[in-house]
Design a protein around this ligand. Sequence first.
Ligand code: GDP
Ligand code: IMO
Ligand code: MG
Length: 437
Amino acid sequence: MPATVIVGLQWGDEGKGKTTDFLAEQVAMAVRYQGGDNAGHTVVLGDEVFKLRLTPSGVLYPHIACIIGPGVVVNPATLIGELDMLTSRGIDTAKVRVSRNAHVIMPYHVALDRAMETRLDGEKVGTTNRGIGPTYADRASRLGLRMEDLLDETTFRHRLARVLPDKNTLLATMPGTSPFDAEPLVAQAMAWGERLRPHLADTTWLVQDALRRGDHVILEGAQGTLLDIDHGSYPYVTSSSPIAGGACTGGGIGPLQVDEVIGVMKAYTTRVGSGPYPTELTDEIGSGIAERGHEFGTVTGRPRRVGWFDAVALRFAVAVNSVSSIMLNKIDILSGIDEIQLCVAYDIDEQRVDRWPSSAEVLARARPVYERFPGWSEPINGVRTLAELPENARRYVTALEVAAGVPIVLVSVGPERTQTIERAYRPMRHRPTVATG
Ligand code: GDP
Ligand code: IMO
Ligand code: MG
């Protein structure tokens, strides 16, 4: 009963959508396990571009059952919009199931997220303003509303009455906000419930039954390891657990049901929002990468910060996720750079440090120690085998693989599904090992 976890190894936007779509062909079920509509996962199929916020990226295959697990926070308006968008483009959404236990992002969560960010001013997290933090906070405080509450007006009214006065009291202290009336929220919630009723289910049993049948289940993370609430540079993180362990809690499987963890990373790094970023590039090399890589947030349209690849962070991400193999995306974006730099260690307070520091304050003092690699000039979007890659590109891939200590099994050279190099072996079929340097 194999379950495979797909996890972002950087600060999000590593190309998890492309990776999940590429690998999903072989599976029966795809599950999103955390995050909400802060995520934007892009899948490119021929000329068609799909930007998915909540639905797992396996949705484009008609045979796949798509699950939004209990660890996800759902803005029903976004979900309905996404289901309608997919339907209008000929994608069957009948098999999409949303956990009854998933928490609902209410309009007051979005208002609070925005207002709290405004109040933090120079200290802000740089959230996507989707209400993610306030919704997870209510979940932990036992004050949340769950998807199943949308199905019953009496329960919904009761639960809303427990929280709304406190939300309005808090909002009243925040400039630029207005209080929320209960009645419009109830009416809105009941309409959402009516529309989503056929999609709500106890998804944990759906996943467990699939695994018991021997079906292959893929679990797709949102965000990335370095944004993890426990393991990222707090407070510049998201409010959930993108790491592979989050697939267990948020998807409804046990650790021993995970067969393989496929890490997804780009050939460079990006970060949206605030927080320390040792390898950030503020020169024209960085702006060139941002331009060629279209590094603008899928959700907010904000320009993404861009930097060199960080192998210190990679080693941490491989460890904390128990990554078994890697898909490397966007190496095509590095074509045309004379010299590529790879951060292999940090200099912190004049000490060489090989380990990702858990403190944002320490990370802010980290100066990257770089190894330099000669670049390549030619475009590589048409390459389909490792052997056809320019020698310098192959050297760079090998250096990343040695830093990771696990094999890079797939290399992506363009956004489209077929712009992918498969090595002799494929993940989810064999588990090779790699010599560490
Ligand atoms: P996700 O959030 O991890 O799914 O990543 P995003 O979809 O937010 O951002 C990745 C972007 O890079 C998307 O626009 C993808 O279509 C694109 N992309 C993915 N892989 C490649 C690649 O190998 N080369 C290029 N040029 N673009 C890629
Ligand atoms: P995908 O799944 C990149 C970042 C925000 C901010 C921090 C907290 O597409 O990789 P939040 O709205 O979650 O409270 O914001 O996390 N962030 C992402 N960055 N990709 C994402 O998702 C992100 N989701 C949240 O920019 O720094
Ligand atoms: Mg994204």
